[in-house]
Design a protein around this ligand. Sequence first.
Ligand code: ASP
Length: 340
Amino acid sequence: MLTPKYILLAFILLLNSVPVFSQNNFGIVIHGGAGTILKKNMTPEKEKAYKAKLEEAIREGHTILKEGGSSVEAIEATLNILEDSPLFNAGKGAVFTAEGKNELDASIMEGKTLQVGAVAGVTTVKNPISLARKVMENSPHVLLAREGAEQFAKEQGLTLVAPSYFHTEQRMKSLKKVKEAEKDKKGKDGKTGFYDADIQDTKFGTVGCVALDKQGNLAAGTSTGGMTNKKWGRIGDSPIIGAGTYANNKTCAISSTGWGEYFIRGVVAYDISALMEYKGLSLKAATEEVIQKKLTQLGGTGGIVAIDKEGNVSMEFNTAGMYRASMDKEGKLYIGIYEE
Ligand code: ASP
């Protein structure tokens, strides 16, 4: 008999079987680096400039997703804007190595296929995230480094620039500051060249983006100049899949920022996904567990942005601040810098 209870049950079953309800969900989250970002050290102009650039970038990605574009397309376009800005430690604003060079790293991952592409130590590629995408889509490999990666960029027709394109006054000042501290042995550890929070702050500022598209596909991308005063061809977590970047349609997409050595040791991005996949944790619980407990206990600093297959987002960090923004399918924009 068609009692109201059965009608309601039939209606619920019908709702769940209509794919359009889940397919229309989409969202995007970005970061512009984590560190000792304190309001007292920020001028209103600087804050405005950061927020404006974060908004410009995330709106670009959001529009692509809204129009039915893929999460990978949205990530590339969003990160290209941040790479072209001198405000962030990626592309144009990349930090200097100990030798006064700019060596850039990036990676991208597609959650549907688990395809990845990454590049490390490139010095002439204007947009390393675009090169990472080319590695993913047009090469049989997953990680290319240095001259070889540059040769591939040339063959793929990407924009190449003179290494001097990446030189900025601001980053040169940071290098000098870190070198001074190194000389004075002001740091906690004379061996590694890493110093107190004040100095560390001048080292961070990577950019990252995670997105869920209308097809239900997740993706993540990260681009960086690495850490100021890095030596001996040092590569951080940003081009390392599972540490700086990870995406899996079964769970979530993650991009990391912070002290890369710790993110590699903690396998941070993959660990978040694994906690969801194998232990059934929610995105929030998994990101809190890995950032606030595991990373913190290791002694690492930084944060992540993440989005799951339902469009839930997380922006978790254990530093004083993290440049970040998110936009949901309704176009609701959030921008944050400090802890809240
Ligand atoms: N994670 C980057 C690295 O260690 C730095 C950053 O996020 O700012 O290379």
